[in-house]
Design a protein around this ligand. Sequence first.
Ligand code: 9WN
Length: 432
Amino acid sequence: TPEPHAPDIADLRRRAAATLLRNWRGSATVPTTALYPHQWSWDSAFIAIGQAHLGPRRAFAELTALHGAQWGDGRVPQIVFNPAVPEDAYFPGPAFWRPLPRHGPPAGVSTTGLVQPPVHAAAVLAIAERHPGAATDAAVRRLYPRLVRSHDYLFERRSVASGLVGIVHPWESGLDNSPSWDEPLAAVDPGLADDITVLRRDLRHADAGHRPTDSDYARYMGIVAAYRDRRYADDDLLGLPFCTVDPLFCAVLAWSEDALASLARRIGADPGRHAERARELTHQVHTRLFDPALGCYVALDARTGRALRKRTVSGLVPLLLPGGHRAAVLETLTGPSFAAPGVLGVPSYDLTAPDADPHRYWRGPTWVNTTWLLWRALLAHGETGHAERLAADLVHLVSTAGFREYFHPVTGEGLGSDHFSWTAALLLDVLA
Ligand code: 9WN
């Protein structure tokens, strides 16, 4: 018999599945209804990993829908806009991103011009491993060329700092207002500064103290406008107002490139090029982004060449990769910055830093997706004790506060939106 306060796991699983069903829109899933009413790129990868526990059909459908919006140049867009949703339901909506270039999405499809961390090939491998068989092989055969083109885009068009892969907007990191971006953002001209509060839709659905600031948003818009005015061309990345190298983005790309090698083997394609690319990027991350004094990896400002020396959760994610500075990162992950007594999950930022804010988005709160990535990394290295602690924390957070977007890392208070898809999806994976 369970203890009186032990979470009811079967009930949690049912509620997680109900959350995914509630957010399903016929061919893909929204991250949550009011705040994010369209399809997001890396959300869909995490969602597919959870859907795979309910069956392969929607898991593959989610990623097929996303790749249906793939650009002519191979990029998989950060947001695929749902044409049935009003323009002003989300800011910045589809009109702000236009005109989209000739190398943009298929005719009639509206998207942003940015990307997000490429978790997708790893997600496809996770679905395939859970549901082996002829139908899965057929689905993998259809998705594989699209995944390859999206990775080719990143390796070829986004190559910066000789051998690393760059991002051109904080939104591309997925960790939008991470302290790592404070320095490069301070040098960006704010666009639209005057009307930003009026334009922002997020503030209608979430507490302003839990979101990025107006000053962040003004700069986000300035960067988008500059990229849009060049028609999203990538031939002079350092001439854009923002261009950085992010440890999470690069580590996830190397991890997913390795997943592409496994997918290639399954369908009789050549895994060699993928294995080689994964190895080379892994080597670059380990040798160029590690900061021994901080005990973690750090981002790089590609425009100035400066290391962005902040201890964020992004800098722990290279633990997903083979080799590297495993012992040091493990010490940081389990030490006072991220795991002081009473801390739940992995906070998004070093809680001992003077500028940590445990309520504000990616500047302190615990998120399920980044905690999940580290849970996977710990399991891969046989660190089962630490992995089990993270899994138990996630179950505790969700069973007490609900399927929230993020959580106060100490009190466990639920923050941001509710009924959040990747929280539900990844909990299903942790409980499997
Ligand atoms: C901008 C959808 C997305 C996540 C990001 C998260 C947040 C968007 C926003 O929501 O960003 O992409 O409007 O704040 O930071 O990681 O993919 O859930």
